[in-house]
Design a protein around this ligand. Sequence first.
Ligand code: TA6
Length: 299
Amino acid sequence: MDIDTLNRRFGRPPAVTFANSPLGGPVVTLAIDGGHVMASLIGGQVLSWVAHGRERLWLSPSARLDTGKPVRGGVPVCWPWFGPHPVDAQKPAHGFVRTRIWEVAEVAGDAASPSVTLSYPTDDADLLIWPHECEARLTVTLCESAALELSLATENCGLVPMHVTAALHTYFRVADIARVRLEGLENRIFIDKLSAGARKVEPGAVRFAGEVDRIYLGDTDRIRLVDEAAGAAIEITSAGSRSAVVWNPWSAKAARLGDMGSPGAYREMVCIESANAGDDIVTVLPGDRHTLRASYRIG
Ligand code: TA6
């Protein structure tokens, strides 16, 4: 659907508008006093969230929407599997919808709190890599005080149960990763992907002095990201999730990734992902729906 048609059918300016992004694809922007959020229809991916005049998400400086490759940054949607494919390592990491064109399903809310729902129904070609007829629906809502709410709904449109893992793989922008701490994961068990998946217990607030790649398990519904160097904090609240992923590549891995931008860019981001990952595998019965939610509030 071209931009003029999208604006005619779903636009509610200035709260909801569609445009062709200079990054090379169609985007939708939700805007209220005090903030705005932009999401790409390619990948159903939030790319930017500005609250109280400050960009709160990190996006690769080489991000392009028209390369057929997943975009690093913003909120990539990992679905219908998180990490490597459960049985076939040849399949893409983090599922296959990050490069697919999503449809606009609905625009709702009002000028004070607009929302857009993007939908990706699987097609026959997808059945070759994922043997289930299903649909992902991402609802992005910009709330009062520019809080951001995301919900990722999985609907099983098939006839057999479907086992899904997923994540809202959010790249938060920070002033200095070495002065970031995460509260709310104390005493949680985590799977340490840097120690061959060993299970460990988090003794206190999470801090970063090197690469971190962990899946925290259990009650991970409230995490506070404290960006000490910026004097800022974000309250992260999840639902429909029994796991949270925390990742920073640090310098060596960041250099290998090739799309992080400058050598020090790893210091300006941290991934905190509301997820269904690790042991947290969700079974969606035929005709049923599971929703993974995350909300981000400044403060
Ligand atoms: O969520 C953490 C993680 O699984 C890391 O292991 C790292 O691979 C990161 O995701 C980036 O994944 P991507 O496929 O976006 O490069």
